[in-house]
Design a protein around this ligand. Structure first.
Ligand code: SME
Length: 155
């Protein structure tokens, strides 16, 4: 059964009581890792220089950095500005394996004033972990993060 995403959104709103994107992004990935079952990595990549994703706050094993827009599932999300929901990363030739345990991946682009601010990346060791319902629920959680945070250019 999918988590109660409406409840999680209200909890995240209460948690994000700062306007600081750094504090809020750290809190958001810790919250997701705690509340969503079957994740092995949750974190943000930020566009701090053109067409490159820089590793930001995350929970999980040390990860790949940097990731150009041309590579991987994160790069595809950044280029297309569309959520990438992958049932089995082994079937994606372009996938960048940071942790061999990862099987499913969900990458949600974060666009602010028509600029790709960054992406939220979730990995799971369970193939097919993310349903359409999970995608919609987690996109709504990202919308809470965006609404609660000052996403001016990262300092
Ligand atoms: N698998 C990602 C790289 C980031 S890690 O999963 C944390 C990708 O293919 O872009």
């Amino acid at each position: 059964m999918a988590p109660d995403y409406a409840l999680l959104a209200r909890q995240l709103e209460a948690l994000l009581d700062s306007r600081d994107w750094l504090t809020n992004s750290a809190q958001t990935c810790a919250f997701l890792m705690q509340e969503l079952p079957e994740l092995n990595w949750a974190g943000f990549y930020l566009q701090r220089e053109p067409e490159m994703l820089c590793l930001g706050p995350f929970q999980g094993k040390p990860a790949c950095h940097p990731i150009p827009f041309t590579r991987g599932v994160c790069g595809a999300a950044a280029r297309s500005r569309l959520t990438q929901r992958i049932d089995d990363v082994h079937a994606v030739a372009d996938h960048i394996a940071c942790d061999a345990a990862s099987r499913a991946e969900l990458v949600i682009p974060i666009v602010v004033e028509d600029r790709l601010w960054g992406v939220l990346d979730l990995d799971s060791p369970v193939a097919g972990r993310f349903s359409e319902q999970d995608q919609a629920g987690i996109e709504a959680l990202v919308a809470v993060f965006v609404e609660r945070s000052n996403l001016a250019l990262p300092a």
